[in-house]
Every structure is written in structure tokens, then in C-alpha cells.
Design a protein around this ligand. Structure first.
Ligand code: IMP
Ligand code: MG
Length: 191
């Protein structure tokens, strides 16, 4: 899906499909250099990171196993609240691995500060974060991110893996969403 296909829901485009791909290529090159010869394990946090994962790994020149984790914060809020639950755990053992977490967006930092601590406890040799987007203005839980695609303002975005009520993940760009009555009046009222 491209911007033309859903323009009625879009306030404005933040990052175009071409800009995303170009930035992912730069990040992949950095990762190639940093992880050559290491025991890299890529951990993808479902579902939002799916596009970033594929874009990034397909541009890398080194190979590494990929594993998935599904996490959820309690409650159905857009923004993380308090407690984290593991919906689906990794199948690989992270012990002694150089783990690279791939994410779509870091907002308050709650999800990734929690996950980084968990993987540390499980004995990973190193844990680093690669996120396509960062909303630094909203950070409440300090985390260090080795690779960041784009810094974005405090606005709700969809596309390239990120959803609004499970929709628009398949949009090839990142856009600021227009909270549209046709999608959900009750959700728009929260804003
Ligand atoms: P954090 O735990 O507050 O850093 O939030 C991380 C998660 O919140 C991300 O993985 C997304 O699933 C979700 N999120 C935060 N901001 C947005 C947004 O603007 N659009 C879509 N999802 C978002
Ligand atoms: Mg995510």
C-alpha cells in the first residue's frame, strides 16, 4: 500500500518509502561492520518491527539467525502503561550471544528497557538496539540505542509495520495519522 491508497487517513507524510530504504541501507552497512565475526542474534519485536527487520536484514552482507518475541503492555492503550507480558518468547538461547534488538519505534522506552534487562539476565554477551524511529521527547525510561533511523516529533505515526488498530502496517511510508471518524470514533475521542 502506498500513500495514494490511503490519503484520506493521512495528515502528512513524515518519511517516504525511498527515504526509509536509503536509511536502512546505511544502518545495515554499520551493522555489517560492527558485527563481522561476532555471534550475532537478531531479535525482532513483533509485530511492528516486521518491515524494518526485512528491510534491514536483506540489505546486510553478513548472515545471522533471527528470532521473534511478542510482548504486550497491559491495557489497549497506544502508549505503554505499566506492566509487560511475554505473549510469545524466543526459541533461541541468548546466552553468550551478541543480541541486536530490532524495533519499529521507541517511545517512552519502557518496552526496550524491560527487554534489554531480560536479555541481560538471560546471559546475553551484549544487547544493542536498532530502531527505525525514536520519539526522544517522550522518553521516560532511559535506554541507549546504537542505531536509530530517524528522530521524529511527538506525533502518532502509522506505516512500515506500525499500526492503528492493526491496520496500515502494510503502508510503505511513515505518515502522521489523521484520526478518522470512519475508523473509530471512540479511539479518536481519546486525543
Ligand atoms: P514504548 O514502550 O513506550 O517505547 O513504546 C513502544 C511501542 O509503542 C512501540 O513498539 C509501538 O508498538 C508503540 N508505539 C509508540 N508510538 C507509536 C506510534 O506513533 N505509532 C504506532 N505505534 C506506536
Ligand atoms: Mg514495536
Amino acid at each position: 500500500m502506498n500513500v495514494e491508497d490511503c490519503k484520506q487517513y493521512i495528515d502528512h507524510v513524515l518519511v517516504t518509502a525511498d527515504e526509509i530504504q536509503a536509511r536502512l541501507a546505511e544502518m545495515a552497512a554499520q551493522i555489517d561492520g560492527d558485527y563481522a565475526g561476532k555471534d550475532l542474534l537478531i531479535v525482532s519485536v513483533l509485530k511492528g518491527s516486521m518491515n524494518t527487520l526485512i528491510g534491514l536484514t536483506s540489505k546486510m552482507h553478513i548472515t545471522a539467525p533471527v528470532d521473534f518475541m511478542s510482548l504486550s503492555t497491559y491495557g489497549k492503550s497506544h502508549f505503554s502503561t505499566g506492566e509487560m507480558a511475554i505473549r510469545a518468547d524466543l526459541t533461541e538461547d541468548v546466552f553468550d550471544k551478541d543480541v541486536l534488538i530490532v524495533e519499529d519505534i521507541v517511545d517512552t522506552g519502557f518496552t526496550l528497557s524491560w527487554l534489554t534487562e531480560l536479555l541481560d539476565k538471560r546471559g546475553a554477551r551484549s544487547v544493542e538496539i536498532c530502531s527505525l524511529l525514536s520519539k526522544s521527547a517522550r522518553r521516560k525510561y532511559p535506554i541507549s540505542m546504537k542505531y536509530v533511523g530517524f528522530e521524529i516529533p511527538d506525533e502518532f505515526v502509522v506505516g512500515f509495520g506500525m499500526d492503528y488498530e492493526e491496520k496500515f502496517r502494510n503502508l510503505d511510508a511513515i505518515v502522521v495519522f489523521k484520526l478518522h471518524k470512519d475508523i473509530s470514533t471512540t479511539e479518536s475521542e481519546k486525543y
